[in-house]
Design a binder for this molecule. Structure first.
Ligand code: PLP
Length: 479
């Protein structure tokens, strides 16, 4: 990869008309007539995508060369075949999540029905800003958020809103927490989380106008979970220093280890003090959808707010994140500024008044259709598959002199025992390269001062052959 992946601009190609595609494309769909030319174009684009998928096992997870087509719009619009050829160039240079060796990040292959929903959502071009711009989709979003929140244990009155990514969900949660605590404008407020919490929390505080020192990252225990005694001490310290605590953020699935903070004792510390408990379940919350795996992320229902990212494991195309609250009415109470150019909401509040985004895509459509395609048993199977692969890889690596840092989820970071920081840097760089040569892509996170290699086992195409190859390369890499 990486080093091998280079970019170039392609020379303008000459395009022969493809049979049936025609030489021009209507700019906008005809509102009165079916348009066979438009349909053929969409069919051809879908066929091209299906071909890209079906060839993904023959290409590497990362392309060796990324060639970009012409960037600026030409004077005259391009014919359909030229558009598809340009599209193909970008597709050829894309990361390939369907390759069985794509194990680096939380970016699995996309679910088929969700891809169709994404195409339809673009075609509908509705706007989740306001109900008159998305009547059915607004109700779908509200209903699905309520279903998800209840399914994850937040109670019968729970609900939420879709946001474009977990960083945004976390930011909105903290803004709601601050609003509810009446701490807007108080620069002395602090947010407590573990040292392994996601970097988006620091970004959120920056956007909220709080200094970086407002984030108190606390030590983790041996399992990578926020240390409860450390939190107790931090709460006492904040109290002694007269610093109001805006929120405690627990993580259900940390980014490197997949560790899960102990929500029940955290809630027991927050509740009596009236402190907001946000759970960043961007990675792990989906496990609570399965009876068989719920115990991996216990007590999510004790959160005041919860981030869940179905894009990270369930295959909903990006972006797909929800911010869920036990009291979803707080969203509009916090964010609504009025939409004087819109008819009033038919329900509680317009979607664009329930968060930071105004105009919003219909991200809910792909989530809803994707989950309908999977069904409860399909969701179980995706989660089960990910856990089984992590357990199998762990089993294969355990005999080697490695420090394995995985938690209860589907992430497995590891590093040879006894290496110092520069040794770990060299080992992880060269081993990642050896793995890439074997069509296996792992990531190389810096954790506790040392680079590790991390396998994310969320790819349903990964099989025994890939896991065995991984073990062989890692074994050969050890001194
Ligand atoms: C635990 C956790 N929270 C939040 C995020 C941010 O999510 P996003 O990348 O969708 O903004 C991530 C991203 O990896 C994450 O691992």
């Amino acid at each position: 990869m990486g080093s091998a992946c280079s970019a170039a601009l392609a020379p303008a190609p000459q395009h022969e008309p493809l049979p049936g595609l025609g030489s021009s494309l209507p700019a906008f769909p005809d509102p009165l007539h079916a348009d066979p030319q438009l349909q053929r174009f969409l069919d051809a684009a879908v066929a091209q995508l299906c071909q890209w998928w079906s060839g993904s096992g023959q290409r590497s997870p990362l392309p060796l060369l990324s060639v970009l087509p012409e960037l600026a719009p030409p004077i005259e619009g391009q014919p359909p075949q030229a558009l598809l050829a340009d599209l193909q160039l970008v597709m050829d240079g894309a990361f390939n999540p369907s390759h069985p060796g794509a194990l680096a990040h939380l970016d699995p292959p996309p679910l088929a029905a969700a891809v169709a929903a994404e195409l339809v959502a673009a075609g509908l071009n509705n706007n989740l800003l306001a109900e008159e711009l998305s009547p059915s989709l607004t109700r779908l979003e509200r209903g699905l958020c309520a279903w998800m929140a209840t399914a994850l244990g937040l109670g019968d009155q729970a609900g939420g809103v879709a946001a474009s990514g977990g960083s945004l969900s976390n930011l909105m949660a903290l803004v709601v927490a601050r609003h509810r605590a009446g701490l807007a404008g108080d620069a002395s407020a602090v947010v407590l989380c573990s040292a392994d919490a996601h970097v988006s929390l620091g970004k959120a505080l920056m956007v909220m106008g709080l200094p970086a020192s407002a984030l108190w990252p606390l030590p983790v225990d041996a399992a990578g979970a926020l240390s409860i005694p450390a939190l107790e001490q931090a709460l006492e310290r904040a109290h002694a220093e007269g610093r109001p605590v805006l929120a405690v953020v627990a993580t259900a699935g940390t980014t490197v280890r997949g560790a899960v903070d102990l929500i029940a004792p955290l809630a027991a510390l927050c509740r009596p003090r009236g402190i907001w408990l946000h759970v960043d379940g961007a990675i792990g919350a989906v496990f609570a959808l399965s009876e068989a795996h719920r115990q991996r992320v216990p007590d999510l229902g004790l959160a005041d707010s919860l981030t869940v990212n179905p894009q990270k494991l369930l295959g909903i195309p990006k972006s797909s994140s929800l911010l869920l609250l036990r009291d979803p009415g707080l969203l509009a109470r916090c964010f609504a500024t009025g939409l004087p150019y819109m008819e009033p909401s038919w329900a509680d509040a317009h979607g664009g008044e329930c968060g930071l985004q105004g105009t919003r895509p219909a991200e809910v459509l792909k989530l809803w259709l994707g989950l309908r395609q999977l069904g409860r048993s399909g969701i179980d199977a995706v989660l089960e598959g990910a856990i089984t692969r992590r357990q199998r890889l762990q089993h294969l690596l355990e005999p080697l002199p490695l420090s394995l840092q995985g938690g209860p989820l589907h992430l497995l970071p590891f590093c040879p025992e006894g290496l110092d920081a520069s040794g770990a840097d060299r080992w992880s760089t060269s081993t990642r390269q050896r793995l890439l040569e074997q069509q296996l892509m792992l990531s190389r996170p810096l954790y506790a001062g040392r680079h590790h290699l991390k396998a994310v086992l969320g790819n349903p195409h990964t099989g025994e052959a890939e896991l065995q190859r991984l073990r062989s390369v890692v074994e050969a890499s050890l001194p």
